[in-house]
Design a binder for this molecule. Structure first.
Ligand code: GDP
Length: 142
């Protein structure tokens, strides 16, 4: 993807937030923060798909819990565009543990726990490319 030059990142609205009816409010926060939606769809991952997505964490003690949670219900996957998108989206998400997240962040406002923490965001440009390609075909990115 030629346009993928650091201005695109990948996000997920996780099952806790979708189940809790927070999708609309989170999308509003994202667009009000200046992100352009380049891709968006509702999915329900199988356990195998969740394990593939989080493969980097397979040795971590919470891998089973995380992948079971992520395949427990629907998620919204997002391709987001903004200048400096990787950092901007992680700043808007807040710290992994909502108890440590700054006021005004999505996790502070919407997350329940370190495991069920409302949103995912890519941590690097390389991973954003890999993660967007895991969920979106070229035709699904506008
Ligand atoms: P992130 O980049 O802020 O999402 O955090 P990490 O890359 O460190 O972890 C990935 C995801 O694994 C987090 O968003 C959480 O959903 C989950 N996770 C991280 N630490 C824990 C933990 O201690 N317990 C559980 N159950 N899940 C965790």
């Amino acid at each position: 993807m030629a346009e993928q030059t650091g201005n695109l990142t990948f996000g997920i609205i996780k099952p806790d937030a979708v189940r809790g009816g927070k999708t609309g409010a989170i999308i509003q926060r994202i667009t009000e923060s200046g992100f352009k939606l380049r891709g968006m769809k509702l999915i329900h991952m199988t356990h195998e798909e969740a394990k593939g997505f989080y493969d980097v964490h397979r040795e971590r003690p919470f891998f089973g819990e995380l992948t079971t949670f992520m395949s427990s219900a629907s998620c919204v996957v997002l391709a987001l565009e903004k200048e400096g998108a990787i950092k901007a989206w992680r700043d808007l998400m807040g710290a992994t543990d909502p108890a440590k997240a700054d006021a005004g962040t999505i996790r502070k406002e919407f997350a329940n726990s370190i495991g069920e923490n409302a949103v995912h965001g890519s941590d690097s440009e390389d991973n954003a490319g890999i993660e967007i390609a895991y969920f979106f075909s070229r035709l699904e990115l506008v």
